[in-house]
Ligand binder design. Structure first.
Ligand code: PLP
Length: 431
């Protein structure tokens, strides 16, 4: 399989190139040259587990770049946790994607990308250094994905005092090949330092740098695995509808790709918080980015979702897209009401992101009652303790792996928001 840029489908690159470049130079996003047909998987899918499914799908994208035994190893080392399908009420179920090490669905993409990069650097004499600026969640998934991966270091820049206590612990307690820099500045300033390093040719000559950007195609491919796995677990496979809490729209893009690969999903619902450029696009047929609005589902606070480029590349026109995907927006008050209602009626605690997903699904079911509805649980509620506990008057049970992290000692290096300091640090530690 080769990959083209959404801005130029003539020049194609290998998977390895798309993986290590992250983004094409023409500012597009990488897409597979064709969408593989996996409809043959469907008939006996109930007897396949997530690793079987993942291996077949991964091989169709990676077969020109890796041996089968390498692809098997990548899957074995990255798809290491299950995603249970739990009934909430009536025909509504949640697919819990938060049983990975950082308790968010981003673990799927980050772990798969880390293991493919490990194969690329294997037997190279230079270590690869990955720079990541994070406002919280992405950094911990990436750091955990690359933790103890040989030949790769991860340097995380996070804004001092602007990430939650839990997030900071997740970023700063791994050690070994994971280095945390606490920057006296904002997230945007962290990102600016990283960007400057990538443009610094004299630095790049001395140090082997790469990024682990969220738009990397290697993070999208593994997200298709759990849509097939969810379908394999649903008892009644008629009229399946899936609602996806959406921010940068990578997750729902993977869902739409799965449908194009042959997964029989009736409809996708991209549920958003108040950042509603895509819901408005579905209504008006014209895409316009908006300024980002801050909400309690902060991992979905995106005014200009990158993956809209990929969705338009698949569907070309909004009329075609509408047949497969609807999109609705919900504000914080609606989200909090949903969290309270589901706790009271169904004894289940939703995190704010997953709650937005539930709201989109409920709206669809109002008019289409005979469907089998699934919404994606994208984070464990304990990641958002401070927001949720004040709203529901109930203590959230913290999973053991999070408790362990909280006990560990924070290890980070405090740096000024100063490029010279940052590049000196890199030169002193990573040549
Ligand atoms: C990143 C994230 C999302 C949004 O996913 P996209 O692929 O960017 O649409 C939703 N929920 C949580 C918890 C996230 O971390």
């Amino acid at each position: 399989m080769k990959f083209y840029s959404t801005n130029n489908n003539m020049e194609k690159v290998s998977f390895k190139e798309a993986l290590t470049e992250g983004m094409p130079l023409d500012n597009g996003l990488y897409m597979p040259e064709f969408i593989p047909d996996h409809s043959k998987l469907i008939k006996g899918i109930s007897s396949l587990d997530i690793k079987d499914i993942s291996y077949v799908i991964a091989a169709s994208f990676l077969n020109q770049d890796f041996k089968n035994s390498d692809i098997e190893e990548i899957i074995d080392n990255s798809i290491t946790f299950d995603s249970p399908l739990i009934n909430i009420y009536n025909n509504i179920q949640i697919l819990e994607l938060f049983h990975g090490p950082t308790l968010a669905f981003k673990d799927f993409g980050a772990r798969f990308m880390a293991r493919t990069m490990e194969k690329v650097v294997a037997n190279k004499d230079r270590e690869l250094n990955i720079l990541v600026a994070t406002s919280g969640d992405t950094g911990s998934a990436v750091a955990n994905g690359f933790y103890n991966v040989e030949g790769i270091n991860v340097i995380i820049l996070y804004p001092s005092k602007k990430v939650s206590h839990i997030q900071e612990k997740q970023l700063t307690t791994l050690g070994n090949n994971i280095y945390a820099l606490e920057v006296d500045g904002s997230f945007d300033q962290c990102q600016a330092l990283v960007k400057k390093a990538f443009l610094d040719l004299s630095l790049k000559k001395k140090i082997n740098l790469s990024s682990a950007n969220s738009i990397n195609i290697a993070r999208l491919i593994p997200q298709t695995f759990y849509y097939f796995n969810a379908y394999s677990k649903i008892k009644d496979k008629s009229n399946v509808v899936i609602s996806v809490p959406s921010g940068n729209f990578g997750n729902v893009t993977a869902g739409l790709l799965s449908k194009k690969m042959g997964l029989p999903i009736e409809k996708f619902i991209a549920s958003t918080n108040s950042n509603k450029s895509v819901p408005d696009f579905i209504i008006n047929g014209v895409y316009e980015p908006y300024e980002t609005i801050q909400t309690i589902s902060n991992a979905m606070d995106v005014g200009n979702p990158s993956n809209i480029k990929r969705i338009l590349d698949i569907y070309k026109k909004s009329d075609n897209l509408k047949k497969d995907m609807l999109s609705w927006s919900y504000d914080d008050a609606q989200t909090i009401n949903a969290i309270r209602r589901i706790l009271k009626n169904n004894k289940y605690i939703l995190d704010p992101h997953s709650a937005v997903g539930l709201l989109g699904l409920e709206n669809y079911i109002k008019y289409n009652s005979n469907c089998n509805g699934v919404f994606l649980g994208t984070a464990h509620p304990s990641k958002f303790l401070d927001i949720i506990e004040t709203q529901i008057n109930e203590k959230i049970k913290i999973p053991n792996r999070l408790k362990d992290v909280l006990k560990k000692e924070k290890k980070s290096l405090f740096i000024k928001n100063d490029y010279q300091d940052f590049s000196n640090y890199l030169l002193e530690n990573f040549i």
